[in-house]
Design a protein around this ligand. Structure first.
Ligand code: DGJ
Length: 740
């Protein structure tokens, strides 16, 4: 890994054995983007890669290079990275290189989550400083390259070096120009209960984007997009990934211009955003991770998974085995008392489940969703001994204890709202809009964050609490803070999320032993920003096994299995009413951070036996499920959409587990083979089905011995419905591969 600077030709070359990133300083001082892609040899100039006529009419007039951090008003009419309204009302910026430095390691971003380094020599950071002397604006562009990762982490800090305030209209985290547009834009889109569905469409002239203006990254689009060649598959072909380490309003956008080049930018959504930058003050944009893969979408996922798991998630739970949770939400909703909860916990502990998570409804007067958010005191009529007594009883059953909170919210019917109505977000002249009967607290106010820190610290310190599920069930309306002057209201949404980060930061530091799980009505804020504080998230409120195939497939494009909480729930499923076999529900939820979301006291004996086996199986293979290399094999978004297959492989490739799912049963099926990936071709594996033969009636008995090369080249012959007594729809097969 190296960051080379050639003063002679004015070129920066960030490179490791996987990727190169080249920036050129033109004679004028303009910063030109030259290249990001597969590694190029060092010690050479690549300035000739951008021919003049190619960009002639759509860039800074007469200067044949796409700008590294493009601005408007100077002949580049495409989407800018930076837009500033200067004190004279003009918006032209002309940034020229004035210096740079190379830093060992990677500096943290003030107030924002960011990736980091842990060992010396792991990464280097280039900071390029460019300035416009007329506008008196300085921009510090940050680029980190890690030794062994096919990616560059980018950031930008904007400083007002003048004497008058200016208004930031747009400050992207990254912008990059690619020389052609033969790409498809892949996004993770959907809505509540159907998050992260893969959309993949050809780029066409003009702009194509996904964004959020909800105050959270949102269920609708994830702050991850990829560009893939039309022929790119999971295993082969070129792809670029763009992830924004941010949980608020974002945009990720591609623009194809008339010469067929493509610009991609990612950052805070400029719509509704402005930031007054006083003289001498700096604005820090969140960071973006841009990844290149020549090994298909799977290569992008490999890079993101390991970066997010190893150098974005932090704290004592980063590398620890995550417990199997039972959550009482779908078992009880708001209707519970201590005996009912202890009965659930006791039955769960007999099944080997490790942590009991008490969901919504334990505080204030909360017996439905109309009241008490903000009043984080235990409801003594439901839990007469308080949280401590319940937690200790749960611990006596051999389990850990955790709770649900939704700190950012306040119910109109609550003591907190009665005392501090001004803390709820709203515009004084308008009636506020309630969502799920609740308002959002103004997290841009430091006193709100301080109050929440105090109340939640005393709560978390009051009982042996090992786990917290931090929920966020509505988006922001009437975005406005009464503490900000009129001309600063465009800052509100970003200040809100900075307040959320500040609270998360303080609480996770004060309670380093607690495992935090982020949630926003499921995956409504499942993003890299949250992962920096909560190493796992509730992937979706939809726990139907078949819907989860799509949700978990899409989520895994960007996020590791260790971040994806996945639970087995009761049937008929509460979201879609579908009845799926218990084994299938487990076979899907295994591929994530496994748990249960049902009432174990009402199970039949055979269901209890089955669950005990599932729990034991997951514990046996937990490391593989949470930390193995995840490979997607058959997509629920392609073909007839009737099948899904994926697998996880141990780092030493001596074990692997494959999940194959058939949605609707087909009559008289032909023999089917599934080609595996990521195994050791030279190793021989014992392949056995889970649950083992005998436990599931009619299963093909025993195991088979097969070589890695055969499994990858010829494929695994799948057990068919003909061979198994387990006929019917929604069937899963789980294969365990162990080296012999
Ligand atoms: C939404 C979450 O996603 C659910 O799991 C549950 O915690 C409810 N909120 C509780 O209100």
């Amino acid at each position: 890994m190296a960051i080379e600077w050639s003063a002679e030709v004015g070129e920066f070359h960030l490179r490791n054995h996987l990727v190169s990133y080249v920036v050129r300083v033109l004679e004028s001082g303009w910063l030109g983007h030259v290249y990001f892609g597969p590694a190029l040899a060092g010690g050479k100039s690549y300035g000739h890669l951008v021919p003049g006529e190619f960009y002639g009419f759509s860039n800074r007039l007469g200067h044949p290079v796409p700008l590294e951090y493009p601005t408007g008003g100077g002949g580049d009419y495409r989407i800018p990275a930076l837009a500033i309204e200067l004190s004279d009302g003009s918006g032209v910026l002309d940034l020229r290189h004035i210096g740079h430095r190379i830093i060992h390691g990677k500096p943290a971003l003030p107030g924002l989550p960011s990736t980091y380094v842990e060992v010396g020599g792991e990464a280097e950071t280039l900071e390029i400083v460019a300035a416009d002397h007329i506008a008196e604006i300085e921009v510090r562009l940050l680029y980190t390259i890690y030794r062994d990762r096919p990616l560059v982490v980018r950031g930008a800090r904007i400083v007002n070096t003048g004497k008058a305030p200016v208004i930031l209209r747009s400050a992207m985290s990254a912008s990059i120009d690619l020389p052609d547009s033969d790409w498809q834009l892949l996004t993770l889109s959907g809505d509540w209960a159907r998050e992260c569905h893969v959309e993949r469409h050809d780029l066409r002239p003009g702009r194509q984007s996904v964004s959020s203006s909800r105050g959270a990254s949102g269920h609708q689009h994830n702050p991850f997009v990829a560009l893939a060649r039309p022929a790119t598959t999971e295993a082969d072909g070129e792809a670029y990934g763009f992830s924004l380490v941010y949980s608020g309003n974002f945009v990720a956008e591609a623009e194809v211009e008339p010469f067929g080049t493509t610009r991609v930018r990612a950052g805070i959504n400029p719509e509704g955003f402005s930031w007054l930058l006083e003289p001498g003050v700096e604005f820090v944009a969140p960071e973006a991770v841009i990844t290149f893969s020549a090994a298909g979408l799977g290569g992008l996922s490999d890079a993101n998974h390991s970066l997010f798991r190893e150098r974005l998630a932090r704290g004592s739970w980063r590398d620890r085995a995550r417990p199997i949770v039972i959550n009482n939400w779908e078992a009880t909703y708001f209707d519970f008392d201590e005996p009912k909860l202890l009965a659930i916990a006791s039955a769960a502990s007999e099944l080997g489940i490790e942590l009991f998570a008490l969901d919504d409804g334990w505080f204030g007067q909360r017996n439905d969703d109309s009241t008490s958010l903000g009043d984080w005191q235990v409801n003594l009529s439901k839990l007469p001994g308080g949280l401590e007594s319940l937690a200790r009883k749960v611990e006596a059953l051999g389990m850990r204890f955790g709770i649900w909170i939704e700190p950012e919210m306040v119910s109109p019917r609550s003591n907190l709202f009665a005392e501090h109505p001004e803390w709820a977000i709203g515009i004084p002249s308008r009636p506020p809009t309630a969502g799920r009967n609740q308002y959002v607290l103004d997290m841009s106010r430091p006193e709100v964050v301080d109050h929440l820190f105090e109340v939640l610290s005393s709560l978390l310190g009051s009982a042996p609490i090992s786990y917290v599920k931090w929920d966020m069930n509505r988006n922001i309306t009437e975005p406005h803070s009464t503490t900000l002057p009129a001309w600063r209201q465009g800052e509100f949404m970003h200040r809100y999320i900075l307040g959320v980060y500040s609270l998360y930061d303080r609480l996770t530091k004060a309670f380093p032993g607690i495992l935090f799980e982020s949630c926003a009505g499921g995956g409504g804020r499942f993003d890299p920003g949250m992962l920096a504080f909560a190493p796992q998230g509730w992937t979706s409120d939809d726990t139907d096994a078949i819907e989860r195939l799509r949700i978990q497939w899409g989520t895994s494009l960007a996020y590791p299995l260790s971040s994806m909480a996945a639970h087995v729930s009761a049937v008929p499923n509460h979201q879609v009413g579908r009845v799926t076999p218990l084994a299938t529900r487990a076979a899907v939820a295994f591929f994530g951070v496994f748990g249960y979301e049902l009432d174990p006291t009402v199970l039949s004996i055979s269901e209890r036996d089955e669950i005990a086996d599932q729990v034991a199986f997951y514990k046996r293979w937990r490391d593989l499920f949470q930390r193995g290399r995840f490979l997607r094999l058959r997509s629920p978004f392609e073909g007839d959409r009737n099948e899904t297959a994926w697998m996880t492989v141990a780092e030493d490739r001596r074990s692997a587990i494959v999940g194959h799912y058939l949605i609707l049963s087909r009559p008289n099926p032909g023999p089917q083979r599934l080609r595996l990936r990521g195994l050791d071709a030279a190793v021989t594996y014992r392949v056995s089905l889970w649950p083992p033969a005998g436990e599931a009636e009619g299963r093909v008995a025993g195991s088979v011995i097969l070589a890695g090369d055969e499994l990858m080249s010829a494929g695994l012959v799948l057990e068919s419905n003909r061979q198994s007594a387990e006929k019917g729809d929604f069937r899963a097969r789980v294969y365990v591969l162990e080296a012999i």
